[in-house]
Design a binder for this molecule. Structure first.
Ligand code: UT7
Length: 323
């Protein structure tokens, strides 16, 4: 027998306001055509002025709990991946904990930018496997619209707001790759690449700052590192790309998604793609895609999934799980 962290619920929330590419044509030297062909993005959601990351996260968490048929009191821990928490402190996770009416257990944020959800899943899995928690709510939630430089066409057209959540539960497996749940993880970072993607402000530098990115440099790292981390994680589970039913990638750019699938030898029929509707929602993009993929009828119980993401740090990684 082996302990496994099994997904028993999934949900998401997107802010009401949908912004099509054409809206940027009014204020920037850009076009719907450029944004679509270079990134695959057609529209994104932006949070209302009074809507915060913990608001989006709470709604996604409620949807995941409902899907699992569980109450907040059934949860031992909340791990929330975000780079855009409401306040410097406390964590957005503890704010969600209060909003859900959860008075037991513990909650904390994980900050690994666009790779945040993969890092959060890996941490939640470790909490479960070490016996520190039985059920963990793992959330990715972001309001990247708050850190955009609206005069920088090379970044502000790419990002969106949203949240997604999973409920992980400790269950017994037989220790083989046929088990449901998380089968393996692979986490990486390399701080030497800080200047490729960062926010030029923060608490200790006394400002909020704006997102800065050398997009084409990040692009180059992305395809190579994403295929490698996915294959490393698959190898740790005794699996190969040929076993994969769905790649659920971080949704930053359709060309990165296509390049990674190609490197892994998988057709686009095996990839859940939501980038056209959500843009890049950073740590929220994978749980959003898992939730939408399930809603669309793509992801079914027993399917083998590999998630992979890269972002600021650089930080990147992958998680292999059976749904
Ligand atoms: O989630 C975290 C990880 N982030 C990513 O994975 C993002 C990775 N990078 C990308 O997705 C792509 O690099 C971009 C979509 C950001 C850019 O695509 P690209 O094919 O790498 O284009 P580029 O940066 O090489 O720029 C090509 C041209 C430039 O003009 P010149 O120098 O060739 O004259 C840019 O100034 O496109 C120009 N450009 C734009 N033109 C119209 C940049 N942004 C825009 C724009 N509209 N919005």
């Amino acid at each position: 027998m082996a302990g496994r962290s099994v997904v028993v619920g999934v949900g998401h929330y997107l802010p009401e306001r949908v912004v099509p590419n054409t809206e940027f044509e009014q204020t920037l030297d850009t076009s719907d055509e450029w944004i679509r062909t270079r990134s695959g993005i057609e529209r994104r959601h932006f949070a209302a002025d009074d809507e915060t990351t913990s608001d989006l996260a709470t709604k996604a968490a409620e949807a995941a709990l409902k899907d699992a048929g569980l109450e907040a009191s059934d949860i031992d821990a909340i791990v929330l991946a975000t780079s855009t928490a409401d306040l410097t402190f406390p964590s957005a996770a503890t704010m969600v904990q209060a909003r859900l009416g959860m008075t037991n257990g513990f909650a904390f944020d994980v900050q690994a930018v666009c790779a945040g959800f993969v890092f959060a899943l890996s941490n939640a899995n470790a909490l479960i496997l070490s016996g520190q928690a039985k059920r963990v709510l793992v959330i990715g939630a972001e309001t990247f619209s708050r850190i955009m430089d609206w005069s920088d066409r090379s970044t502000c057209v790419l990002f969106g707001d949203g949240a997604g959540a999973l409920v992980l539960e400790a269950q017994d497996g037989n220790g083989s790759s046929d088990d449901r749940g998380i089968l393996s993880t692979d986490l990486n970072s390399d701080g030497r690449y800080k200047d490729l993607l960062y926010v030029d402000g923060g608490v200790s530098t006394q400002s909020t700052g704006h997102l800065r990115m050398q997009g084409n440099q990040v692009f180059r790292h992305a395809v190579e590192k994403l295929a490698k981390t996915a294959e490393t994680a698959l190898g740790r589970a005794g699996l190969t790309s040929g076993d994969v039913d769905w790649i659920v990638p971080h949704q930053a750019n359709i060309r990165i998604i296509q390049g990674t699938a190609k490197k892994m030898g998988l057709p686009m029929e095996n990839v859940v793609v939501t980038v056209q509707d959500h843009g890049n929602t950073s740590a929220a993009s994978i749980p959003l895609a898992l939730s939408v993929g399930k809603e669309r009828g793509q992801i079914k119980p027993g399917d083998l999934i590999v998630t992979e993401a890269i972002g600021g740090g650089l930080a990147w990684g992958a998680v292999v799980l059976r749904w």
